[in-house]
Design a protein around this ligand. Structure first.
Ligand code: BTN
Length: 271
């Protein structure tokens, strides 16, 4: 009999950060795949040192722990991409949204059309790793989905850039338990495929929001550049941008080279 997909799962009313909970479990020896879900976080983390907040019960906050001995270190980014794709599938299904209406903003933010039809950030993904390339690689993939924030309840600093599934589905309340169950069943199938060496390149590529658009990118040193985004590179996980100075006419930017991505004519949200 195949082992169950989840080796351990726990639900918390309040934790500091579900990523820290799962990181601790992996350090203690808990096998993959382990899952921590919280109603509220007191020290939720976003990418690039940002914080991640949501009122209690208004978001699906979870982290998954993997021991990716079965995945080349250079492809561990595919775990976060796979989590994003599974959540995009599940969110469309549970909120009754059209297929492919949820997009990905490179590298892994989920976007959904808000009430004004402009895509805004629905969810963010934070991947953290230890020991990649060694005998005991560990990866924690955390995702926070704005499931049930009522439209208009975002604090002013987030109101222009964020949306929720509830807003995207015209104010219908979202059943977080159903969203979680649907996500886990989509994820199980996708992780099984990944273990078998099949990453959903087509799905990951077709959901990309930036492809074909002008983007402004902030580098780690504070420098800023404007590019035309052409697509994504399924080998490295990088963003492919037009570059007339290179022989190929394009170049690949990697996650460590970019702190923030803005759609030049759209909402500004951090990656
Ligand atoms: C981002 O967009 O900057 C990434 C946000 C990731 C937030 C999730 S919520 C669950 C998990 N625990 C954390 O502390 N962060 C991630």
């Amino acid at each position: 009999m195949a082992p169950p997909f989840l080796s351990r799962q726990e639900r918390f009313a309040v934790v500091d950060s579900t990523n820290d909970v799962v990181r601790g479990w992996l350090a203690e020896g808990t096998p993959e795949v382990c899952l921590a879900v919280a109603d509220e976080q007191t020290a939720g983390r976003g990418r690039d040192g940002r914080s991640w907040t949501a009122p209690a019960g208004a978001a699906l906050l979870l982290s998954l722990g993997f021991r990716p001995t079965w995945l080349a270190a250079e492809w561990v980014w595919r775990l976060a991409a796979t989590v994003s794709l599974a959540m995009a599938d599940a969110a469309e299904e549970v909120a009754g949204l059209p297929e492919l209406s949820i997009t990905l903003k490179w590298p892994n933010d989920l976007y959904a059309p808000a009430a004004d039809a402009v895509p805004r950030k629905l969810a963010g993904v934070l991947g953290e790793t230890d020991g990649l390339g060694g005998p005991d690689p560990r990866a924690v993939i955390g995702i926070g989905v704005n499931s049930d924030w009522p439209p208009g309840a975002f604090p002013p600093e987030l109101a222009g850039t964020m949306t929720s599934l509830r807003e995207a589905s015209q104010g219908r309340p979202v059943d977080r338990a159903r969203l979680l169950d649907t996500f886990l069943s989509r994820l199980e199938a996708r992780i099984e495929a990944l273990r078998d060496g099949r990453f959903d390149v087509a799905g990951w590529t077709e959901r990309q929001l930036t492809s074909g658009h002008e983007v402004e990118l902030d580098g780690p040193d504070g420098g800023r550049g404007a590019y035309r985004a052409l697509g994504v590179d399924a080998h490295s996980g990088g963003l492919v941008v037009e570059d007339p100075t290179s022989a190929a006419g394009e170049r690949i930017l990697h996650v460590g080279e970019v702190r923030r991505v803005r759609l030049a004519h759209g909402a500004q949200v951090g990656v």
